[in-house]
Ligand binder design. Structure first.
Ligand code: FAD
Length: 290
């Protein structure tokens, strides 16, 4: 597999408990892959704000990684959101993943912009760009966003985000590559200037992924269920199967010319590290030269 492949990793901010260094072991392991960047999620409504900022600070201070902070605007005034943008800037963060976020009231609640807030992700992108020379990434939905009536509407939102200065759109996870490739064709056909990057979710727990997929509107192929069936009590086999499935998925996308991949790590290194090695990344220098 060619090594012109570039990867990025997404983490959620860990709960800090004394003596628990498992998150930082994950970071250390994945640092060896030399990703383009790593990103840290931000709870909608600011629910993880302190942890997100603390994690980004430590990533910036203690690793060689380029860190990007996610940011949502739901439920907050522009002034409150802008304070977080300034806090990111003050700690040297130059890349923001700009998102609208989901209402915090639970399932079924429709998004309503805060009366003094950013009205959607495109508006947030504009606000970020006005505050500094940030690189801005946004979301993309190969199988349509649950709020959206059509892929066409999603594309109109994406066009606005690109026009306002977003340079990369990271996709929701998906298991049928055809959905991503179709979106890529549509983005190109509409002339939207953005680097569309697939979001890859290695499956650590099939039942949980199924639930999550239903919430996000992502199809789970019956074939995938069959491949994991009966492996609940066999974690080693399950991990091997999961790594093979995700490696197959990225290799098939690479054959279609995709070079950048964003991994939803769920703060675990094993599967993502193995998949990156299959992609030809992360070999120690002496071995790589041999
Ligand atoms: P937008 O791009 O503004 O909108 C998404 C779509 O919804 C649009 O394409 C449009 O079709 C439709 N839509 C938007 N507004 C309306 C409206 N008023 N009426 C009808 N349709 C509408 N969430 C977090 O809380 N924290 C995170 O860190 C986080 N990171 C994410 C990272 C990635 C890569 C992705 C793909 C998602 C992430 N999310 C995160 C989830 C995201 O916040 C939700 O999917 C949210 O529902 C939409 O945010 P957005 O930025 O995609 O919104």
């Amino acid at each position: 597999m060619s090594t012109n492949v570039r990867v990025s990793f997404e983490f959620f901010p860990p709960k800090q408990s004394a003596g628990d260094n498992s998150f930082w072991s994950t970071v250390k392991k994945l640092e060896g892959i030399d990703p383009l960047f790593v990103s840290v999620t931000y709870g909608a409504g600011g629910t993880t704000q302190d942890r997100t900022l603390a994690t980004l600070k430590r990533l910036t201070d203690e690793t060689r990684l380029k860190a990007a902070g996610h940011l949502t605007c739901v439920g907050k005034t522009k002034r409150e959101v802008n304070e977080v943008i300034r806090a990111y800037s003050a700690m040297g963060i130059r890349h923001i993943v700009a998102l609208r976020g989901d209402p915090t009231g639970g399932l079924g609640e429709r998004f309503q912009p805060h009366p003094e807030g950013y009205k959607n992700a495109a508006d947030l992108v504009r606000g970020i760009k006005e505050l500094g020379a940030f690189e801005v990434s946004v979301s993309a939905y190969p199988e349509r966003h649950p709020d959206s009536v059509s892929i066409e509407e999603d594309l109109a939102f994406m066009a606005d985000k690109a026009e306002n200065g977003a340079s990369r759109a990271i996709s929701q996870f998906f298991f049928h590559n055809a959905f991503f490739l179709r979106l890529r064709d549509r983005v190109a056909a509409r002339g939207i200037k953005i680097n569309l990057v697939p979001g890859i979710l290695p499956i650590t727990n099939f039942a949980k992924v199924g639930e999550f997929a239903t919430k996000c509107g992502a199809h789970v192929p019956p074939d995938l269920a069959r491949r994991f069936a009966g492996l609940d009590a066999e974690p080693e086999t399950r991990n091997l199967v999961a790594a093979m499935i995700a490696a197959e998925q990225v290799q098939a996308l690479a054959r279609e010319g995709v070079t950048d991949f964003h991994f939803y790590t769920l703060n675990r290194s094993e599967l993502v590290y193995a998949i990156c090695r299959v992609l030809g990344l992360g070999a120690p220098a002496a071995d790589a030269a041999a």
